[in-house]
Design a protein around this ligand. Structure first.
Ligand code: ATP
Ligand code: MG
Length: 444
């Protein structure tokens, strides 16, 4: 993107905005002052400033400066330089890390003589490692409301891109020409959906318009990066709203193509997925742990189930085996889009494969399911399936009940267990020899 150089920024003095040092983390304030006292520019920027202006509690505070990463490191004892594509300083405190980034430029006039910005054929940024001025730093950011700088020198806000007006209008607008900016970095389309959902903003028409046409550029984004983005979209408390917006913008199908196809052929899929997302949001709101394993299982459940049925129709194997094959196959495909790490994908497949085992309520093997290390997650999936009308509700209720029972009650629920056999699990065995029993006259 070409920066419109030498335009005067709008300076918003302290009296005209609501950002106060009291609302900024003490560690961030400390870092800002240390930089300023050493003669550098020191500003708060990005999500922290934006959230404060919107009256929200920021989740972190990022700092921008004209000091080089090495100069920042020399100022702080508790500092590490990280990152390859662009080096950042992490100033570490007991319970917080403050990220300090040197102003980035559009590619020329870099201070360390490193490579210029390289674009691929689609206009995507491949390498971006050059320092710049505050103004250049503002122009290379994504949305106007993310490019407001809070200056610790006089507590004013510096606005090069019209971000303050968009804060007032509560809208998300890409800096510069939207199509160019999306081509440079297609993840910005997903960020637009995520930030609009999270902050309750509308997306400006010029910024929303090109997305449908450019959505397929997502396909070329490295899957590991999309997994990072997945975590921000789906695990931070606004999964459902983000999902709806991703759908509306035509982006979801590029992240989860198998899921999108399932949604197209199965009327129950939508409700099932939305319930899972609402559930995840509730857990985040309550401070409960969430794991990407679960939502991947939700997104892949229908595709895996249907594929397993196909496999079973062609080969004589058990439902569990068919599910295992289908889960392996489709996970392999999905991680080429969004790279779920193996430590999540392996247990995720277990969750899927356990589903048919819930059908059996009798016998030791059924009871053993309770102690399976994936029981709880698989059970949560069963609950969703029941709520969606895909599994019998009384089956879900059974597994809910037995979890609350003591050992003796459980033995009864599962048909006796131990040496005594009873209940319907045992009756299945009895039924195998009815003719013989009839002949001996012992059957009732
Ligand atoms: P959140 O509150 O969810 O962290 P954020 O806007 O702070 O939202 P970050 O990923 O932490 O998101 O990014 C910090 C800042 O870096 C952004 O506010 C934006 O200015 C800039 N930025 C992030 N991603 C991009 C991108 N893909 N292109 C341009 N600038 C970006
Ligand atoms: Mg942030």
């Amino acid at each position: 993107m070409t920066s419109t150089s030498e335009t005067a920024p709008r300076i918003i003095p302290r009296a005209e905005h609501n950002i106060s040092r009291a609302n900024i983390s003490r560690n961030a304030v400390k870092v800002l002052y240390r930089l300023k006292d050493a003669g550098y520019q020191a500003l708060l920027v990005g999500g922290g400033v934006r959230d404060l202006l919107l009256g929200l509690q920021p989740k972190d505070f990022d700092i921008a400066t004209d000091a080089s990463p090495e100069q920042v490191r020399d100022l702080f004892g508790n500092c590490r330089l990280i990152g390859r594509r662009f080096r950042l300083a992490h100033v570490r405190f007991r319970d917080e890390i403050i990220e300090v980034a040197t102003f980035r430029g559009p590619g020329s006039g870099d201070m360390d003589g490193d490579d210029r910005r390289v674009l691929d054929e689609a206009g995507r940024i491949l390498s971006d490692n050059s320092f710049g001025t505050l103004e250049e730093d503002a122009w290379r950011r994504d949305f106007t409301i993310n490019a407001l700088y809070y200056n610790i020198a006089d507590f004013s806000l510096i606005d090069h891109v019209g971000g303050m007006a968009d804060i007032m209008a509560r809208q998300l607008r890409l800096i510069g020409d939207p199509e160019t900016r999306y081509r440079e970095d297609p993840v910005r389309m997903v960020r637009a959906a995520r930030l609009a959902a999270k902050l309750g903003l509308s997306i400006a028409e010029d910024s929303a318009g090109p997305v449908a046409r450019l959505a397929s550029l997502i396909d070329a984004v490295p899957p590991a990066r999309l997994f990072d983005e997945f975590l921000k979209v789906f695990q931070t408390g606004h999964a459902l709203a983000s999902y709806e917006l991703l759908q509306r913008l035509g982006l979801f199908e590029h992240l989860f193509p198998l899921t999108a196809m399932w949604l197209g052929r199965d009327a129950r899929a939508g409700g099932f997925i939305e319930a899972a997302l609402a559930n995840t949001d509730r857990r985040v709101a309550e401070g409960l742990p969430v794991t990407p394993m679960f939502l991947f299982a939700v997104f892949l459940w229908g595709p895996v189930r249907d594929r397993a049925a196909e496999i079973q129709a062609a080969e004589e194997i058990s439902e569990i085996q068919a599910l295992a094959i289908a889960a392996a196959e489709l996970t392999e495909l999905q991680v080429q889009r969004v790279a779920l790490p193996r430590r999540f994908s392996v247990p995720m497949r277990e969750m899927l494969q356990l589903q048919p085992r819930f059908v059996r309520r009798q016998g030791k093997r059924a009871q053993a399911l309770l102690t399976h290390k994936r029981f709880r997650a698989a059970y949560d999936l069963l609950l969703l399936r029941a709520a969606a009308g895909e599994a019998p509700q009384d089956l879900a209720d059974f597994w809910t009940e037995v979890q609350g029972q003591d050992e003796a009650e459980q033995r009864k629920s599962f048909g006796g267990g131990g040496s005594r056999r009873g209940g319907s699990g045992a009756s299945r065995r009895r039924r195998r020899r009815p003719a013989q029993r009839d002949a001996l006259g012992t059957s009732s």
